[in-house]
Design a protein around this ligand. Structure first.
Ligand code: NDP
Ligand code: 2IT
Length: 451
């Protein structure tokens, strides 16, 4: 990076951290984008004069609200709800809702910021947002989750709408939660619209939305691998997480001929040297989605597998790694271990799962590495397709949706290749994704004046 860009990044980040004390995940996400786009901003003084980046890091609106509810013992509980409406330059706010005990403003802002660029990459007209609560559905009864969702939506409903802001799922928010949230929204607003995505198939949902993030990540990885004459076939894949994204990343990787040897949750990981098969995958689906159990139970059911309590799967030798759990789950040491063990492709299903140091390790090693905002965009893209189907009141076949998803993932890959091309012919996917997303949103903001 030239000295002008370097100075710009340093000054900007000093201002950002002073204005947003303690928001370390948000600063991390902004810092990464800024590194990629600073030289471009230097080339276009209008973007600097118009304070495009300064405006991009200031959410258009942040809503923080009380979520009171009553648990099964009759005790009153209080959680904090959030919706960060980050940027609406290219479409209505769009982004998931996360229910996890770790949720705070920094995490909401980092996710909403990432979402803005990701949504721009999908080629669909969607702005960026994220919401959630420090509520954990883990260990709660269905009735408790329902009462919480109803209370959460009672406040959120006044800030969202099909042309304003369209939430969806994320960690801790799946089909069950979207159902409860949609039911309460419909009741309070007296309208049946596509204001939430990830809905059930019989009430406005799109085929393939549950599969979309994991499948899309594999489609993106296929594109990356193809640049080196590689593919999934016969390759060993390490996956973290065992939720929505991990489940369908595993399924597609298996379909493409790979051996998936790990899954995890926040307590530990399982290593199955024989790899998952259809029956084992179905067991995981039932275990996680119906029984709401822990991944350690996999090793009880299939004794060829071993469960490692309190550990992450990155020490397992693999060709391809797909982090699909949460932010900063791969640190510098884990990245060095992956590379040393021969891993040559890291495709992020989660949002910002690699620390900046880990990203540097992957890039210096010259392996294929895609940031989440590129490779996990299939989820929100298919949410966009759900919105389209809701608007035209039609229901597409899974073949139609899959064809759109495939095309969108390869378009995102092409954008990364265009803006991240390196002199040696390889692709810097971080720079490519950040720059492609930034250019679209930045010039839309310029067109719309100082708002
Ligand atoms: P789920 O809630 O379905 O699954 C999350 C998985 O990650 C669980 O196995 C969970 O384990 C694990 N996990 C969560 N938090 C932690 C933590 N702090 N440490 C270790 N493991 C953790 O969520 P999703 O699969 O939907 O989301 C996974 C990731 O993908 C997130 O980063 C999300 O933002 C991202 N994403 C999701 C999309 C979607 O459409 N759902 C779209 C694009 C990105 P446990 O059960 O122990 O909590
Ligand atoms: O991080 C994400 O892209 C999501 N959780 C999906 C958002 C959406 O609106 O489908």
């Amino acid at each position: 990076m030239d000295n002008f860009s370097k100075k710009y990044v340093e000054t900007f980040m000093a201002g950002l951290t002073a204005a947003n004390p303690g928001e370390k995940e948000f600063a991390q996400a902004v810092g990464e984008v800024l590194q990629s786009v600073a030289p471009y901003i230097m080339d276009y003084p209008q973007l600097k004069e118009q304070k495009i980046m300064e405006r991009m890091v200031e959410p258009e609106r942040v809503i923080i609200f009380r979520v009171p509810w009553v648990d099964d013992r009759g005790q009153v509980q209080v959680n904090r709800g959030f919706r960060v409406q980050m940027n609406s330059a290219i479409g209505p706010y769009k982004g998931g809702i996360r229910f996890h005990e770790s949720v705070n403003l920094s995490i909401m802002k980092f996710l909403a910021f990432e979402q803005t660029f990701k949504n721009a990459l999908t080629t669909l007209p969607m702005g960026g947002a994220k919401g959630g609560s420090n509520f954990s559905p883990k260990g709660k009864s269905d009735a408790e989750v329902m009462r919480f969702c109803q209370s959460f939506m009672t406040e959120l409903q006044r800030h969202i709408g099909q042309d304003t802001d369209v939430p969806a799922g994320d960690i801790g928010v799946g089909g069950r939660e979207i159902g409860f949230l949609f039911g309460q929204y419909k009741r309070l607003r007296d309208e049946f619209t596509g204001t939430l995505t990830g809905k059930g198939l019989s009430w406005g949902g799109s085929l393939l939305r549950p599969e979309a993030t994991g499948f899309g990540a594999c489609y993106f990885a296929q594109e990356m691998l193809a640049t080196r004459g590689e593919g999934f076939k016969g390759r060993t894949v390490v996956i973290s997480g065992s939720g929505n994204v991990a489940q369908y990343a595993a399924k597609k990787a298996m379909q493409l001929g790979a051996k998936v040897v790990t899954l995890s949750d926040s307590n530990g990981y399982i290593y199955d040297p024989d790899g998952l098969d259809e029956e084992k995958w179905q067991y995981v689906m039932t275990l996680k989605n119906m029984l709401r159990g822990r991944i350690r139970e996999y090793a009880v059911k299939y004794p060829t597998a071993t469960y490692y309590e309190g550990q992450k799967p990155w020490g397992v030798k693999c060709d391809i790694a797909m982090p699909c759990a949460t932010q900063n789950e791969i640190d510098g040491d884990a990245a060095r271990t992956l590379v040393a063990n021969g891993c040559f492709c890291v495709t992020e299903g989660a949002n910002m799962p690699s620390t900046p140091e880990a990203v540097e390790v992957f890039q210096n090693a010259g392996i294929l590495y895609s940031p989440g905002k590129a490779s996990n965009a299939g989820g929100v893209a298919t949410s966009g397709l759900e919105m389209t189907q809701n608007s035209i009141r039609q229901h597409w076949t899974s073949e139609e949706v899959d064809a759109h998803l495939h095309r969108i993932m390869s378009d995102i890959h092409a954008s990364c290749a265009k803006y991240g091309a390196k002199p040696d012919g390889s692709i810097d996917y971080v720079k490519g994704a950040n720059l492609a997303g930034f250019i679209k949103v930045a010039w839309a903001m310029v067109d719309q004046g100082i708002v």
